[in-house]
Structure formats: structure tokens, C-alpha cells
Design a protein around this ligand. Structure first.
Ligand code: GDP
Ligand code: GDP
Length: 461
């Protein structure tokens, strides 16, 4: 499971600066979708070989009344759900009462906490942070988030235990568990054999969406219609439940973020909806089913979840729910809004359904299968190179300084999402428009539906 890192601290210590630095490098796919903006609070990070979810909990002003009344519920939930807390302070401002209150709160939580002193650029770090030892949180990690100084070693320290766990996972992975790993180059025969094997694996399907869009209703509808093989599994209330099921001879593992199978049994204070739980489910899924409420239109939170799913490279199907009993003119309005706000993700199928009545639910699975098939399809080197060549013949790359950018060959670099690596000369000079042209050419030629595609360009052969 991907670790979650929460940034905690009073306002102005540099949390959003660090957040931006950590999440910026992971934008390869988002860059392909100009309509997507990054979430300012939740991001995916990739640094020093560690992949993790980072959450900016916002400013905690730990002064007067006690932290829990001061802090947004979502921020407290984020701390509770995080695997690691980076508690940020400002080395220039020195220790404040708010820092002390936050430290006390974190100590009482018994969270794995790393004390970070930010803004050590241009000052004598050791003497500036000396007073922070009084917080009783051990070693003080000195960084300058704005310059990136000390950030890699901080992350290496903080995530070291998870790196070990992941290395073990790899070693002991069952056959079916390594489905997100990059792959080497494939001949056409190997590609076909691999493809056949993949079609035997269960599809991990995460049903996500903001509160009250109908996730539980849909999950119950799906499970009610189908044979549920097993559903109860141990775990904390904060984790999604994994429900194996079968449909039309195909195996699935439904990742239940709505807590359908849990709610009846456990009465817990943890709220039903959790962004972090949803993000973890997305990370672990092959296909994401994003549920949107037709009656509410498209909300910022829908776009945030969508952005995360695309950024994670997941195959995607969109269900516009509660399509029953609404007027034709409202239906038209919803469709126009979908076009306007989601038009840029033209690869994902959109279904209009009623989870309550079961209308359209069966067809969802056709798109889910199609998206999975597209996302995991193995294509050999010669085919990928041929398509690249065709695209290049149809439409030459531009001249750069009087020389034409030349693309030489292509091979697969991974799947779910499909990654295509293209080698050539001066590829760093290729304009985005040409990269998009190439991506769309692959999409059309290989008929890839329901998944983002990532192109990577490499200089030389
Ligand atoms: P937040 O409120 O905790 O999210 O803090 P911000 O990230 O918005 O940063 C607050 C201010 O501190 C901004 O003016 C940043 O430019 C500045 N800042 C952040 N990191 C550093 C740093 O490493 N060095 C210096 N000198 N300033 C920084
Ligand atoms: P969740 O929070 O996303 O799990 O949402 P729920 O499944 O709990 O549904 C929230 C509310 O929307 C409930 O009152 C449901 O009965 C209602 N609802 C769910 N699906 C539909 C639907 O297709 N049509 C209508 N009219 N109501 C629905």
C-alpha cells in the first residue's frame, strides 16, 4: 500500500512550498490534459525512489482553545490516516507557542512524526534550531523547501521503513500482484502470451465519488445481482474493503470505499467519506469507476478525484448517477456541463445510470472490461515502432534550428497506464502539440479506450 505523508504546522512555515516541490515532478500525465489543475491539498509524489501521497493539512493555529477545536475536521482526519507526519516549523521565526501546542498534540497521537525546521537558507541552521529540541520530538531535520535543500534526505529518512516493506512485497509478490510494474521490451509473441495471462487476473475496481453520489447504492446493486464469493476481511475502519466477485465469468475485486459491508457492523466515529481512503483505493485499483451525481452537476471535488485518478494513470469509467426521474431539460443541461468541464478527457466512457433502479449498471461493466483490456494490452516493439513511423510519415516533426527532430523507434515502458517510450534525436525540443498528436495517433491506431496513455521521449537510440 502506498504510504501517506501529512504536512502539519502553523500557517506560513512553508507547507505549501514543500507540497509543491514534492508533487511537481509527478505531472507527466496531467500535462497531457490541459483542463486538469492539480489539487492544492492532495498530491502524488515521487522522490528518491519513493512514491507516496502527500496531504497539506492547512494551517493549524495551535494557540488559544486547544487544537481540536481550531483545526478543520478534515485536517485531523488526515493526521489520523497518515502513515507519517512531517511537522514543519520555521527556523527563522523560532519556536512559538503554536508549535508547542501542535507538538503536544502529535505526541499524544503516537504518530511517526518527523520534526522539520524549514527556511534554513542563509542562516546558521544548527544554532537557529537548537531551541526546537525542547519539543521532545527528537532529531530536527533542517531543510529549505524553497530551494529543495535537505528535502530528499528528509524523505529518505521518513519513508525508509516503507521502502523496505515495498522491496519485500516485490520479492514475495504472487503472480498476479505485480501488475503495475514496468516491463521490458516484448516481442510480439511474448506480448500475446502475457496478454492472455493478464486476462485471467481479477480486475481491481475502485468505486469512488464524493459523499452521497450513490456509491453504496451502486455497490449493493452490483453485489446484489452477483454472487458474492467472500466479503468480510479484517482491517481497520480506515481501509477500504476488498470484495471478490464474479460477473459474466470474469473475476473482479471490488474496492469498496463507501464502506457498504462495514457500516452495518461497526459504529465508528471515523466519517464515512475519506479523501485519503479514496486516493489509496485509486492507487491500488486497475480501473476506477468515478460516480457523479446528475442532480448536483460537476463539483470541484469531482474534478479533484478525477485529476488524481488520471495522475495515477488509472483506467477510468465515469458514471453519472441518479439519471432516473429528472426532466429532459435538466438532462440536457447536465450533458452540456459534462462536455464543457470534462470534454478534455475524451478517452473515458461516460454512462448515465440509476443505481437505485439498476438502469444502465450492466453496461458499465462492458466499459470497465474494455478499459482494463486497453490499459493492460501488451504491444510489441515492432508494432509500436511501425505506428510511430506511420505517424511520422503522415505528419513530420518540426524543424529545430534547421534540423528535423527525428524519431527512431518505440517500445513499451509499462502498462496500466500504457507507457510508450520513443527514442530519437533532439526529442526534448518536440512541442507539446506534436506529442499530443503522437499520443492520439497511438490511441486511434491501437484503439485504446478508457485509459490515459503516457509517452516518454528519450534522446538517442
Ligand atoms: P504555509 O502557509 O505553511 O503553506 O507556507 P507557504 O508555503 O505559503 O510559505 C510561507 C512563506 O515562506 C512564503 O513566502 C514562502 O515563500 C516562504 N518560504 C517557504 N519555504 C521557504 C524556504 O525554504 N526559505 C525561505 N527563505 N522562505 C521560504
Ligand atoms: P454514497 O455516500 O455515495 O455511498 O451514497 P448513497 O449510496 O448512500 O446514496 C445517497 C442517497 O442518494 C441515498 O438517499 C440514495 O437512496 C440516493 N440514491 C443513490 N442512487 C440513486 C439513484 O440512482 N437515483 C436516485 N433517485 N437516488 C439515488
Amino acid at each position: 500500500m502506498i504510504p501517506v505523508v501529512a504536512l502539519v504546522g502553523r500557517p506560513n512555515v512553508g507547507k505549501s512550498t514543500l507540497f509543491n516541490r514534492l508533487t511537481r515532478t509527478r505531472d507527466a500525465l496531467v500535462a497531457d490534459f490541459p483542463g486538469l489543475t492539480r489539487d492544492r491539498k492532495y498530491g502524488r509524489a515521487f522522490l528518491s525512489g519513493h512514491e507516496f501521497i502527500v496531504v497539506d493539512t492547512g494551517g493549524i493555529d495551535g494557540s488559544e482553545e486547544g487544537i481540536e477545536t481550531k483545526m478543520a475536521e478534515q485536517s485531523l482526519a488526515a493526521i489520523a490516516e497518515a502513515d507519517v507526519v512531517l511537522f514543519m516549523t520555521d527556523a527563522r521565526a523560532g519556536l512559538t507557542a503554536a508549535d508547542e501546542a501542535i507538538a503536544q498534540y502529535l505526541r499524544s497521537r503516537e504518530k511517526m512524526t518527523f520534526l522539520v525546521a524549514n527556511k534554513i537558507d542563509g542562516i546558521d541552521g544548527d544554532s537557529a534550531v537548537a531551541e526546537f529540541w525542547a519539543l521532545g520530538l527528537g532529531e530536527i531535520h533542517q531543510i529549505a523547501a524553497a530551494q529543495g535543500r535537505g528535502v530528499s534526505s528528509l524523505i529518505e529518512n521518513a519513508l525508509a521503513p516503507f521502502a523496505r516493506a515495498m522491496a519485500e512485497d516485490d520479492e514475495f509478490a504472487e503472480d498476479g500482484e505485480e501488475s503495475h510494474k514496468p516491463l521490458r521490451e516484448y516481442t510480439e509473441e511474448e506480448a500475446e502470451a502475457e496478454q492472455a495471462r493478464l486476462q485471467e487476473l481479477p480486475i481491481k475496481l475502485a468505486i469512488i465519488g464524493k459523499p452521497n453520489v450513490g456509491k453504496s447504492t451502486l455497490t449493493n446493486r452490483i453485489l446484489g445481482e452477483e454472487r458474492v464469493v467472500v466479503y468480510d476481511q479484517p482491517g481497520t475502519t480506515r481501509d477500504s474493503i476488498y470484495i471478490p466477485m464474479e460477473r459474466d465469468g470474469r473475476e473482479y475485486v471490488l474496492i469498496d470505499t463507501a464502506g457498504v459491508r462495514r457500516r452495518a457492523k461497526v459504529h465508528d466515529v471515523v466519517e464515512k467519506f475519506s479523501v485519503i481512503k479514496t486516493l489509496k483505493a485509486v492507487e491500488d485499483a486497475n480501473v476506477v469507476l468515478l460516480v457523479i451525481d446528475a442532480r448536483e452537476g460537476i463539483a470541484e471535488q469531482d474534478l479533484g478525484l478525477l485529476g488524481f485518478a488520471i495522475n495515477a494513470g488509472r483506467a477510468l469509467v465515469i458514471a453519472v448517477n441518479k439519471w432516473d426521474g429528472i426532466d429532459t431539460d435538466i438532462k440536457e443541461r447536465v450533458k452540456t456541463e459534462l462536455d464543457r468541464r470534462l470534454g478534455f478527457i475524451d478517452f473515458a466512457r461516460i454512462h448515465f445510470i440509476s443505481a437505485l433502479h439498476g438502469t444502465g449498471v450492466g453496461h458499465l461493466f462492458e466499459s470497465i472490461e474494455e478499459a482494463y483490456e486497453s490499459a493492460t494490452r501488451r504491444v510489441g516493439t515492432s508494432m509500436l515502432t511501425k505506428i510511430m513511423q506511420m505517424a511520422q510519415d503522415d505528419h513530420q516533426p518540426p524543424l529545430v534550428n534547421g534540423r528535423r527532430v527525428k524519431l527512431k523507434y518505440a517500445h513499451a515502458g509499462g502498462y496500466n497506464p500504457p507507457i510508450i517510450v520513443i527514442h530519437g534525436n533532439q526529442v526534448s525540443r518536440l512541442p507539446d502539440s506534436y506529442k499530443r498528436y503522437m499520443m492520439n495517433y497511438y490511441r486511434r491506431t491501437l484503439n485504446i479506450v478508457g485509459t490515459p496513455i503516457q509517452l516518454r521521449f528519450q534522446e538517442g537510440a
